[in-house]
Design a protein around this ligand. Structure first.
Ligand code: TYM
Length: 334
């Protein structure tokens, strides 16, 4: 019997969803729901690995659900829920904490980045964050995981954990090895202020990112101020690749317009970046502002969003409990 295909992914409810989340993850989530069974989770337990104000966290969970729906996820097709509402995530994470090796976690670059220079002061949760992520995926025996490139290392760890579990307990193929689905062109949308850093919610300057809730005016201003290059637009990719900020803008333009990078360069080489910026801002306004407006509209009816979570939790819990029953038995827990 073949393994059943199942998609799982998660997004942290830590504030504004941005263009990186949208192009790197959400758009992929939406196209996958047409082909496969999909489970999309608002990972509130991951969010609290760094202190969150309780009221803000509650609002951010609902806002993330609104972002999912506004981007095109259909709660009738995909299971949408928040992580803490299905207790199996925390239970399996504990079991996997006992499978993963300290050496494996020590290699995680995201922990090094997030913990900063004073690692002693980081929460233990932040350190074992990737094990919880593995639990999210393996709890449902997911086979495909759409994510941006920044999550690739965590996905590899999930595969190592699944493999070790299957081997230690002599249950070959019990956990499928999850495949990352990383988009080619937009796997890493970069900051508008620094083309070597990824666009992120945590960067101080709001000018570094396009938020899904930004107004047309804000998008125009941010793109106008975005770092580009003092020379004109080159005619080949090799030269463009030496200029990370310019490459990032052209990549975003190429992705949203669905025009290949080569054709964008054919059209724009020799022109100044202001030409690209005007066209890019127009495109972004037409792609992003309807999503932002929909998020704001959906936030006006919180009980609708809570209802999505409630239904999703019930469906997710059935799959989780069924798998956990087998996992407990395999491990020897009565
Ligand atoms: P998070 O909340 O940081 O980001 C959500 C998704 O957006 C992608 N992303 C980006 N893609 C391209 N360019 C960017 N600048 C950019 N910034 C963010 C992320 O790669 C991600 O796909 N640990 C995860 C959440 C998680 C998860 C999981 C994901 C928890 N459990 C299980 C998959 C499977 C995270 O913090 O994503």
């Amino acid at each position: 019997m073949g393994i059943k295909k199942l998609v799982f992914s998660g997004v942290q409810p830590t504030g504004n969803l941005h263009l990186g989340n949208y192009l790197g993850a959400l758009k992929n989530f939406v196209s996958l729901q047409k082909e496969m069974e999909c489970i999309y989770c608002v990972v509130d337990l991951h969010a609290i690995t760094v202190f969150q104000k309780p009221n803000e966290l509650r609002n951010n969970v609902l806002e993330t659900v609104a972002g999912f729906q506004a981007s095109g996820l259909d709660p009738e097709k995909s299971i949408i829920f928040n992580q803490s509402s299905v207790p199996g995530h925390a239970e399996l994470a504990w079991i996997l904490n006992c499978i993963a090796r300290i050496g494996w976690l020590n290699r995680m670059t995201q922990f090094k980045d997030k913990a900063g220079s004073d690692k002693e002061k980081a929460s233990v949760g932040l350190y074992i964050y990737p094990n919880l992520m593995a639990a999210d995926i393996l709890l449902y025996k997911a086979t495909h995981v759409p994510v941006g490139a920044d999550q690739k290392q965590h996905l590899e760890l999930s595969r190592d954990i699944a493999q070790k579990f299957n081997k230690d307990f002599n249950c070959k193929n019990f956990f499928p090895l999850p495949e990352p689905l990383i988009p080619k062109k937009v796997s890493r949308i970069m900051s508008l202020r620094d083309g070597t850093k990824k666009m992120s919610k945590s960067e101080d300057s709001d000018y570094s990112r396009i938020n899904l809730k930004d107004s047309a005016d804000e998008i125009n201003k941010k793109i106008k101020k975005a770092k580009s290059d003092s020379e004109e637009i080159p005619d080949n990719l090799k030269n463009l690749e030496k200029k990370p900020e310019a490459l990032n803008l052209i990549n975003i333009y190429s992705e949203i317009s669905k025009i290949s990078l080569e054709n964008v360069l054919n059209e724009m080489s020799g022109k100044e970046y202001s030409y690209l910026k005007t066209k890019l801002a127009e495109l972004l306004v037409s792609e992003i502002t309807p999503v932002g407006k929909e998020i704001k509209k959906l936030l006006g009816d919180k009980s609708h969003l809570e209802q999505i979570l409630k239904k999703g939790k019930e469906k997710a819990n059935i799959i989780a409990e069924e798998n956990l029953k087998n996992i407990r038995e395999i491990v020897g827990l009565i």
